[in-house]
Design a protein around this ligand. Structure first.
Ligand code: NAD
Ligand code: ZN
Length: 243
């Protein structure tokens, strides 16, 4: 009899449409903190209290210090076997989309091409006043200024309480609605709207699979739950696909 992992692997073949949702857990093995539990504080501040527009309005220097620290930290991290396996799936599965809640850019660095960065990227910056926006991997000053209008730049990420970039949610929902297989990897299922994607996938008839170090609030919704490190499980799923 096939184990759960082999059954999931068999479903990734053929012409099946596969949508993967990733969260902070997929980057944990690269050394990027997930900001839950023990990792939840930065210099005595809760991350939820920094990653929000009112915090930036009140203390832009503190919020920029936090983001410059994250940019340096992530810049020193490498994609791990979980990112590499997802990039391999991207190459081998014809109908494939990776939706990530992560802002670290590690999926792209691992070679994934079809990636929807729902919450933006640490490597994007944009002006708080004009339309200037750019990708920037350089070391930024403490309070970076717009080269066009001189006003303050902000990180190109979606903060708590902000809407997603127009079109992103629509595309995610449309692709999940067509998916045959939906994998939810390294996400706690606590942050909306990603939290409701599993429910949506299920309602549209996809086979749902959770890959996580531990059970989550979504585990009960899942057809399959593969519990363990994403860096162990995803390479096992990806190996030999497309052969
Ligand atoms: P989360 O921190 O709420 O949950 C992380 C999940 O990953 C947990 O369920 C945990 O059990 C699991 N996990 C941890 N290590 C794992 C491993 N090695 N293998 C498999 N699973 C593992 O993360 P979230 O659900 O993504 O929500 C937090 C929000 O903050 C999201 O918007 C997220 O993208 C953002 N965030 C992003 C980053 C990043 O870009 N790397 C880091 C922290 C937070
Ligand atoms: Zn500007």
């Amino acid at each position: 009899m096939l184990g759960e992992l082999e059954m999931v692997k068999a479903m990734l073949g053929g012409e099946r449409r596969v949508v993967v949702l990733t969260g902070a857990g997929v980057s944990a093995e690269s050394g990027v903190p997930t900001f839950r539990g023990r990792d939840g504080l930065w210099r005595h501040h809760r991350v939820e209290d920094l990653a929000r527009p009112d915090a930036f309005a009140a203390h832009p220097e503190r919020v920029w210090e936090f983001y410059n620290w994250r940019r340096r930290l992530v810049g020193g991290c490498e994609p791990n076997p979980a990112h590499m396996a997802l990039a391999a799936m991207d190459r081998q599965i014809p109908n494939f989309l990776l939706i990530t809640q992560n802002v670290d850019g590690l999926h792209t660095r691992a070679g994934s091409l079809r990636v929807l960065e729902m919450h933006g990227s640490l490597w994007q910056v944009r002006c708080t006043v004009c339309t200037h926006a750019r990708e920037d991997f350089s070391e930024l000053p403490d309070m970076p200024e717009c080269p066009v209008c001189g006003h303050l730049l902000r990180p190109g990420v979606v903060w708590f309480g902000e809407p997603l970039t127009p079109g992103v949610l629509r595309l995610a929902v449309a692709e999940i609605g067509k998916a045959d297989v939906f994998l939810s990897v390294g996400t706690s299922g606590l942050v909306q709207p990603a939290a409701s994607f599993c429910q949506l996938a299920k309602e549209h008839g996809a086979v749902t699979v959770e890959i996580n170090r531990e059970p989550t609030p979504n585990t009960g919704l899942m057809d399959f739950a593969l519990h363990g490190p994403a860096g162990d499980i995803l390479p096992e799923l990806a190996v030999g696909l497309g052969e």
